[in-house]
Design a protein around this ligand. Structure first.
Ligand SMILES: CC(C)(COP(=O)(O)OP(=O)(O)OC[C@H]1O[C@@H](n2cnc3c(N)ncnc32)[C@H](O)[C@@H]1OP(=O)(O)O)[C@@H](O)C(=O)NCCC(=O)NCCS
Length: 188
């Protein structure tokens, strides 16, 4: 899998085994911020755990094409984004993401998702992109909303977050939504 260029300052580079040290350090420094919405923080306690995570990502990418990428902004790792899964039979995928606390609020994740969506439709030739987000996770929900996704519904108790369930808002974008002219850009 090749690197996806998001813009002149940001790229998505598929994770590799040698990223374990840097990725574990980034996880450590964002532990509390991420723990509010992501369920896997307690399972990542050492660099070895991150190595195991990366090995699983590399294997999944090899088998299904669903790659997980390190976000590099101005040359520094600042988060993770990629496909949680690709369903080849139904031409669908799910995007997941997180960002370092100090990099929030600059449009980095919206740009990364735009690149992942274009790759999904134009290169992998998928038809449907899913982004689920906890109903209370305003910043995460704003990413697909900004990109023109449709909220299809709410999945009740969809995720166990350490000591409680959260409902998920399910956002989807179809290839035909992506290809449709945006408001104000219609042919005359
Ligand atoms: C979810 C998460 C990645 C969203 O991060 P984010 O920085 O809000 O999203 P973006 O990088 O797309 O930035 C959007 C913000 O930058 C601003 N922005 C600046 N330039 C922008 C641009 N060119 N394009 C879009 N937004 C821009 C937007 O106004 C918005 O800020 P606001 O909410 O204060 O209005 C982040 O909050 C996070 O990592 N949370 C914890 C983990 C998590 O919840 N993961 C998702 C689980 S489903």
């Amino acid at each position: 899998m090749k690197t996806l260029h998001v813009d002149s300052r940001t790229r998505l580079r598929p994770v590799r085994r040698t990223d374990a040290k840097a990725l574990f350090a980034l996880t450590e420094s964002n532990r509390e911020h991420l723990r509010a919405w992501l369920p896997w923080l307690d399972a990542i306690r050492s660099e070895k755990d991150t190595e195991t995570f990366i090995a699983a990502c590399v294997e999944r990418a090899r088998q299904t094409g669903a790659f997980t990428a390190l976000i590099e902004h101005e040359g520094r790792a600042c988060g993770v984004a990629g496909y949680n899964w690709i369903d080849a039979a139904n031409h669908a995928c799910e995007i997941g993401y997180w960002l370092d606390r100090d990099h929030i609020g600059r449009g980095i994740m919206t740009g990364c998702c735009r690149a992942l969506i274009a790759h999904a439709f134009d290169v992998v030739e998928l038809n449907r992109v899913n982004i689920p987000a906890a109903v209370g996770n305003r910043r995460s929900r704003a990413v697909p909303e900004r990109l023109g996704f449709t909220q299809e519904g709410v999945l009740r108790d969809a995720e166990w977050l350490y000591d409680h369930y959260v409902d998920h808002a399910l956002y989807t974008l179809l290839r035909r939504d992506w290809e449709a002219p945006q408001a104000g850009q219609e042919e005359p």
